[in-house]
Structures are given as C-alpha cells and as structure tokens.
Ligand binder design. Structure first.
Ligand SMILES: Cc1cc2nc3c(=O)[nH]c(=O)nc-3n(C[C@H](O)[C@H](O)[C@H](O)COP(=O)(O)OP(=O)(O)OC[C@H]3O[C@@H](n4cnc5c(N)ncnc54)[C@H](O)[C@@H]3O)c2cc1C
Length: 332
C-alpha cells in the first residue's frame, strides 16, 4: 500500500482506571495544528474495558472521531494484549500519524508497535510540525541535548512518536464539539505470563510538584542537605514546593518525584526559582514554559540565564537567606 493511502492523525488515548492521562489532551490540542496542515481526521483510540463513558471527553477536547475498544483482556494495561489490539486497529484503518504520550505506558507500548508494524518511531519528541517540503517532522534533543534533531520518517507508515508531557496546550473542553464514536472489536487474549495482582500507590510520590504554582529548584551547586532545608523554608513562605535537578536525586537527597526535566517531571508554575542550576537542555525541557523564570548562579555564562526572565549572578547562600528575611518581613 502506498504511503499516500495512509490517512488520519491518531492519538493513543491512554487511560488508567477510567482517568485519561492529561498528555492525551495536549496531543489532541497539537493535532489541531497538524490537521490545519494535512486536513486529515483526528482520531483518539481508547482501549480498556467498559471505557465508553470516556469517549465524549475526547471529542470535547478535539478528537473528530473516537475508536473505542472494550475487552476484558484490556481492562488493565498489559503490554502484549495492548500491542496486539492496537496493531489490529492500525492495520485496519491505516493512519498516517500515531502519537503517544511519553509516559511510562506510552514508552512501553510504542516501541512494540514499531516492531509489529515495521515502522519508525521518534522517542520523547518535544515538538511536531511540517517542514518546507511538506514532510512531517518530530523534534527531539540529541547528542546529550547538544542539538535539537528534526526526525522524519520518510517511507514507513504510520509515522509514530512518543511526545514529552506538557509540551502543548490542551484545548478547553467544549461539550458542544461533535464527533463520531466507533466501537471496534479486536482479537486479544490476556497475557498468560503476567497478571495484575494488586495496585499499590507509590508512597514515594509524597508531593506532585507539577501541581505547584511556585517551585524553588536547587541544582548541583547546592552544597549540603542543610542548604536544601533552607530552600524548603523559602518554598514554604511562597506556598510552593521544592524541585531539584537530577544530580540531587542521583546523590539521594531527593526522591525522583521531585526531579525536573526530560527524565523527570515537567512543570509549569507561575514562578520558577532556579538556584545553582546550570540549565542543561534536559533540565530546561522540564521547566521552560513556566510563567516567570528566575535564576541565581555564580557563573554569568550559565545557560540557565538564556531562559530566565530575571537573572542574578551571585551565590545562593547569600540570596536565599536574604529573600527569606524579606518575605518574613512582608508577612509580619
Ligand atoms: C538522557 C538524559 C536525561 C537527563 N535527564 C535529566 C533531567 O530530567 N533533569 C536534570 O536535571 N538533568 C537531567 N540530565 C542531566 C543533565 O544533562 C545535567 O547533567 C544536569 O541537569 C545538571 O544539573 P545541574 O544544573 O544541577 O548541575 P551542573 O550542571 O553541575 O550546574 C551546577 C551549577 O551551579 C552553579 N553554582 C555552583 N555553586 C553555586 C552557588 N554557591 N551559588 C549559585 N550557583 C552556584 C554552577 O555555576 C553551575 O552552573 C539528563 C541527562 C541525560 C543524558
């Protein structure tokens, strides 16, 4: 089949326990831009068991069509049944583009589809678009973040990508939007090798920094755990949370749930205070859409200053106590 015969912008509508993963809405939002260019239908693919009630929300968020598959073997995410089900749908409908959130589930499922469909996959894209030759590209950091690569999948279809969370704005839910809901059946069986025995919430995720309006983030330049406590004091005065760059997670000072960046959490607070963070691509990917970005760094050449709305060349050890005192005075 010629690649021109593949039509449709598909978004894998990841859901768990009846809750749609927010990245799905972001992808449906971005799909509007792609549709303005290629004029193809936006389709959300919803799989699970007894998930029909979620379909209208996908239409309200921008899908023209929702393909719903209910099957007991798909009730909980399991790699092989999901791989088989989605492969069957793609082989039947032949979309030109298939997008997944770069969530743990999306990162697990997409490479499996790449194998069964014998097509291309870009991992962790941060942007999507069409170039001057009308070719669909996916942008992703490469060579340790030193360059941003435009990846194209020239011959194989569908063109697939996992897409980093919080890269695109979701559409406001509009219940007046109309669309088609198509019920599909697939031939799948539960994987005999795996069984979900129990769900236990991750107790390490004591806070969700992504929900915070103010984040005080510390980097490798923070010299001690005592200094990190000062950052917490500052965050408390703002009613915010402490986040960190990866080195502070690697050295065991903070749990991974506090890590900002490509392999951590993406945050969009109103105020993002970066203390002793250099501003690597992997870090800034996770915070560059914050409302107001402030950076404090002893090195005037630190890349973080390229992102900061306000920059202070100086030592956090002087800046943090001074700001704490100022905030306390104002609150008094
Ligand atoms: C595949 C991959 C994924 C990655 N994912 C992530 C990720 O999700 N998140 C992440 O953070 N990193 C990630 N990294 C690591 C990333 O490349 C950087 O190594 C990391 O972000 C550096 O953290 P940093 O800025 O805290 O440390 P550094 O780069 O060492 O910067 C420390 C900064 O502190 C400043 N400083 C020192 N002392 C003071 C002081 N007293 N006062 C003020 N400033 C001071 C220094 O001038 C320097 O700029 C990833 C790397 C790879 C390869």
């Amino acid at each position: 089949m010629a690649k021109e015969d593949y039509k449709g912008i598909w978004v894998f509508a990841e859901q768990e326990h009846g809750v749609i993963e927010p990245t799905v809405f972001e992808l449906l939002g971005k799909a509007q831009d792609l549709q303005a260019h290629n004029k193809e239908e936006i389709v959300a693919v919803l799989m699970g068991n007894d998930v029909d009630a979620l379909a209208p929300e996908l239409i309200a968020r921008g899908a023209n069509k929702v393909i719903v598959v209910n099957d007991p073997a798909l009730a909980e995410y399991s790699a092989r049944p999901y791989q088989a089900a989605l492969t069957q749908l793609v082989e039947k409908y032949k979309p030109s583009i298939l997008l997944y959130g770069a969530t743990p589930l999306g990162r697990d499922l997409a490479p499996r589809l790449m194998i069964t469909l014998d097509t291309g996959l870009t991992a962790d894209a941060i942007d999507l678009g069409y170039d001057e030759d009308d070719v669909f590209y996916q942008t992703t950091p490469a060579y340790g973040g030193k360059i941003l690569a435009h990846i194209v999948i020239l011959e194989k279809r569908p063109q697939m990508a996992t897409v980093h969370c919080k890269m695109f704005a979701p559409l406001e839910a509009d219940p007046a939007r109309t669309g088609e809901i198509v019920k599909e059946t697939v031939q799948v069986e539960a994987d005999p090798d795996y069984q979900v025995v129990e769900f236990v919430p991750d107790e390490n995720v004591e806070v969700n920094i992504a929900a915070s309006d103010v984040i005080v983030a510390g980097g490798r330049g923070i010299k001690s755990e005592d200094d990190l406590k000062k950052l917490q004091e500052l965050a408390d005065l703002f009613g915010g949370q402490v986040g960190v760059s990866r080195p502070l997670v690697d050295n065991g000072w903070m749990p991974h749930s506090r890590q900002i960046g490509q392999s951590g959490v993406t945050v969009t607070p109103r105020l993002m205070l970066n203390l002793a963070v250099s501003g690597s691509v992997q870090y800034t990917l996770g915070m560059q859409k914050a409302g107001c970005i402030v950076a404090v760094n002893t090195s005037a050449d630190a890349p973080i200053f390229d992102f900061a709305h306000y920059g202070i060349v100086g030592d956090y050890k002087q800046f943090v106590p001074a700001l704490i005192e100022e905030l306390k005075n104002r609150k008094a």
